[in-house]
Design a protein around this ligand. Structure first.
Ligand SMILES: *Cc1c(COP(=O)(O)O)cnc(C)c1O
Length: 484
């Protein structure tokens, strides 16, 4: 491709600062020197670093331009499914940065940390109320970490009954971290398949549940974006044989204020504060995966626990049956503050968040189902799953279509997941997108499919508009070149 020259910020050719520098240029203006110039003895000062000479504005423009090359939820729709990546109110960032919170140190005594401890104590209560569970730990640092905590609690529970068990039932529509967490805890995951409707049948569970099985891990809504509607019956089957029910609630964004998870037979549940509750997921930042349990599992929660007595808040280690400590200090407090503010500012409106998230996903599903193949044509929760089956004749794949979507200015959705759908395209619009923005996305996807019909070659070659075209993803993973 011939390189374009120009002065506009829209031409994404940014030289390195070392290429840009010109000897003698200076980034700061100092007052004129009124003393003799006196060079430092090189043997004392040494050789300075070989930084390029640049003016202030050159540096500002360089970094400002680079900052606009990132695609994020602040620049456009980010429709990744399975891991809620939604727009979060900026005010919650501000509250987390309040000096009283930002300056709190975990080594301060409880007497000087009452505000932070109260915030955590109240947040535990909010999450218990929202999920209809009884007790909460905020300690785990991620969803998968919460799952591990949950599995340790399963183990401690069965141990306390004097009969440890060896297996866990994990459906094919569970999140991939579920079997991994079970295995990490020493359990053998037993895979079960969902039915033609994309959900679990009670009969399937009844056939595998036995006294060697510690329980089941159900992702609900599952990774097809469908609600496990038989969960109560399944819980009864598992409980009848002495097992426990774990619900992966990372996708709580679909059911907040609508489903009382504790009322439908769930014993242990984890939430992802860094998805549903106002901290962005992804980007490698800190997370928080609180675990909520029923009363009979409370003694096993990790320590320390945030406790309260006579209006004073403190951390307590005095729980002899606890599974122990899972994180340095008390987890990622900054994430908790955002969740605390998010819940306080929305209150009962949290239910509306979920209603809108579900409405938006169903809107996309209905508008695109005549264009893309929809393997499970039924009401979805917060995300919908299509496939590339209709494009087989043109030999156009899911990857080709989402790469073409980049030419229309959209970040690709999640692809080839969940594994139960061949060539899956999984879209989660979230609650904050307006109808107008959803319509542009839908229209763009329709155009992609039209392009696929009329000119399949173009799709094999997509994207065409960005500075970098189709990347060789295999080479990028196998032979990463990190310096050029
Ligand atoms: C994101 C997610 C997880 C894992 O959460 P992490 O914080 O990434 O460890 C688990 N289950 C489901 C359903 C998820 O969407």
């Amino acid at each position: 491709m011939q390189e374009m020259v120009g002065t506009t910020g829209l031409i994404l050719n940014e030289p390195l600062l070392t290429e840009r520098g010109r000897k003698g240029r200076c980034g700061i203006s100092l007052p004129r020197r009124d003393v003799e110039y006196f060079p430092l003895d090189a043997s004392i000062a040494g050789e300075g670093p070989n930084f390029p000479d640049l003016s202030e504005v050159e540096v500002v423009r360089h970094y400002t331009r680079l900052s606009t090359w990132n695609f994020g939820v602040d620049t456009g729709l980010y429709p990744l499914g399975s891991c809620t990546m939604k727009y979060n109110p900026k005010t919650n960032e501000r509250q987390a940065a309040l000096p009283g919170f930002a300056g709190a140190h975990p080594l301060l005594p409880a007497s000087l940390s009452q505000g932070v401890l109260k915030m955590m104590y109240d947040l535990q209560g909010f999450l218990a109320e929202l999920t209809c569970m009884d007790a909460v730990t905020l300690q785990p640092a991620a969803g998968a970490h919460g799952e591990l905590a949950g599995m340790l609690i399963f183990h401690a529970y069965h141990q306390s009954k004097g009969a440890p068990r060896s297996k866990i039932i994990v459906p094919d529509t569970a999140h991939g971290t579920n079997p991994a967490s079970a295995a990490l805890c020493g359990y053998r995951p037993v895979n079960v398949q969902s039915n033609e409707q994309g959900v679990l049948s009670p009969e399937t569970i009844a056939a595998v549940m036995d006294e060697e099985t510690a329980g089941i891990m159900i992702t609900n809504p599952n990774t097809l974006g469908l609600f496990e509607e038989n969960i109560q019956q399944i819980a009864e089957i598992v409980h009848a044989r002495g097992g426990l029910v774990y619900a992966d609630g990372a996708n709580m964004n679909a059911i907040m204020g609508i489903v009382g998870v504790g009322d439908i037979g769930v014993d242990v549940l984890h939430l992802n504060l860094h998805k549903t509750f106002s901290t962005p997921h992804g980007g490698g930042g800190p997370g928080s995966g609180p675990v909520c349990v029923k009363t009979y599992l409370e003694p096993f929660l990790p320590v320390p626990r945030v406790s309260e007595k006579d209006g004073r808040y403190f951390l307590s280690e005095d729980f002899p049956q606890s599974v122990g400590k899972l994180h340095g200090f008390y987890g990622h407090v900054g994430v908790m503050i955002r969740a605390y503010c998010y819940i306080l500012s929305l209150g009962p409106e949290l239910k509306k968040v979920s209603q809108l998230a579900v409405l938006n996903a169903n809107y996309i599903k209905e508008k695109l189902k005549d264009t893309l193949h929809l393997p499970y044509d039924r009401p979805c929760m917060h995300e919908c799953v299509f496939s590339d089956k209709n494009q087989e004749a043109e030999k156009v794949t899911t990857l080709d279509m989402v790469k073409r979507l980049i030419d229309y200015g959209f970040h690709p959705p999640t692809i080839y997941f969940p594994l139960v759908v061949h060539g899956a395209i999984m879209i989660e619009p979230t609650e904050t997108e307006s109808k107008e923005d959803l319509d542009v996305f839908i229209e763009s996807f329709k155009n992609v499919v039209k392009d696929a019909k009329e000119n399949p070659e173009m799709l094999h070659d997509a994207p065409r508009k960005p500075k970098l075209r189709r990347l060789d993803e295999t080479s990028a993973a196998r032979h990463p070149c990190l310096t050029c």
